[in-house]
Design a protein around this ligand. Structure first.
Ligand code: NAD
Ligand code: SER
Length: 330
């Protein structure tokens, strides 16, 4: 059995995808990699800068890799601050991975994004095949990445598959500098009994998905029968279409005192306003059975329970005070 490589494995997705792959395919088969040196000095992790073509090819050959989950990238907000670096990591990194996959006969997973769409895309029920003219460098690298994966599949027969992921909400690792990070930050603030200043406007509607659904979708797509994949790469997937106001309201079902104010960051607001509000994921459902399990209600309950395990029992201090006062005087 050849090995499985995860690039960018220390990020938000890698922190949950890597253990899921180890559980499914065996711990010794999965090699995690990222830029950091500070990892256990055993075979489970290797430092790898994906922008270095020789290093990518060397690791894939040396570790006899057969499947690559290529997660290394700069996300939307960071990429907009450093567009040249974003091109280098997101495009050269993917090119190096696809070249090595061509040479060594590997299957590749490439995560595209809602960012692959732009202001001229239909924003509601965004179809699988539609206008893609993003106005961010991150989105440009995602559309170019989708096309490059298609090219390597058609021209060289590389089995390159991918999803257009929405904003992902998770508790295990912090998000890496995206426009949808506010959703994760909101849950962390609520779990610490702190107020939250949201950098997007209250009514900004975007697609989101809970990480367990994203991890399952990635694995399901990679295991899907290739004959059934009409698109192979860049399938629209989503778990919910929500606004900051709606997430905060759902959190308040558990933490009535949770306070949010809105201090809008013009850069990230402009990015969000250029993205779809709700993706049509019917092609993924029809072709390989995509079926998310978490809606906003279920995700909120699970996020707060998980974060409560690390921050202590999840109790709302203000409602506790009210209860205590009632007990004293009632
Ligand atoms: P992240 O920012 O949390 O993690 C990315 C990781 O890549 C980091 O650990 C970073 O150290 C590493 N990295 C950066 N430059 C590198 C390089 N040159 N070589 C090797 N590693 C490098 O990102 P994430 O949220 O885990 O996202 C993973 C992938 O999924 C990215 O391609 C991202 O665009 C895509 N995606 C993420 C989301 C989301 O909401 N998290 C949504 C859509 C798509
Ligand atoms: N969550 C990602 C971002 O905001 C979307 O790709 O950048």
């Amino acid at each position: 059995m050849r090995g499985i490589l995860v690039t960018g494995a220390l990020g938000q997705i890698g922190a949950e995808l890597t253990p899921a792959l180890r559980e499914r395919y065996g711990a010794t088969r999965v090699v995690a990699s990222d830029l950091s040196e500070a990892q256990p000095a055993d075979d489970s992790y290797e430092r790898l800068d994906c922008a270095q073509a020789e290093a990518v090819a060397d690791l894939i050959e040396r570790r006899e890799i057969g499947v690559i989950y290529h997660l290394a990238a700069l996300l939307s907000a960071v990429a907009e601050e450093r567009p040249q670096a974003a091109w280098s990591v997101n495009m050269n990194g993917l090119y190096n991975v696809l070249e090595a996959a061509r040479h060594f006969g590997c299957q590749v997973f490439f995560p595209s994004s809602i960012a692959a769409f732009g202001p001229s895309t239909p924003r509601r029920g965004t179809p699988q095949a539609t206008i893609q003219r993003p106005t961010t460098i991150y989105g440009v690298t995602k559309v170019a990445g989708e096309l490059l994966c298609d090219y390597y599949a058609i021209r060289f027969g590389v089995d390159a598959r991918g999803l257009r992921l929405p904003g992902l909400v998770s508790w295990a690792a912090p998000p890496g500098g995206g426009t949808t990070d506010y959703a994760v930050e909101m849950f962390h603030a609520a779990a610490r009994r702190k107020p939250y200043s949201c950098f997007l406007a209250a009514e900004t509607r975007l697609d989101m998905m809970y990480m367990p659904d994203a991890v399952r979708a990635i694995i399901e797509l990679m295991e899907a029968d290739p004959q059934r994949l009409r698109y192979q790469n860049a399938y629209n997937v989503t778990g919910m279409s929500v606004t900051p106001h709606e997430i905060a309201a759902q959190i308040r079902q558990h933490v009535p005192s949770f306070a949010v104010d809105y201090r809008i960051d013009p850069l990230r607001q402009a990015i969000a306003d250029s993205w779809p509000q709700s993706l049509d994921s019917s092609a993924a459902r029809e072709d390989w059975g995509f079926s998310p399990r978490f809606d906003l209600v279920a995700m909120t309950r699970d996020m707060l329970a998980r974060l409560g395990e690390t921050t202590g029992p999840f109790e709302d201090p203000i409602s506790n005070e009210v209860e205590n006062a009632n007990a004293r005087f009632g």
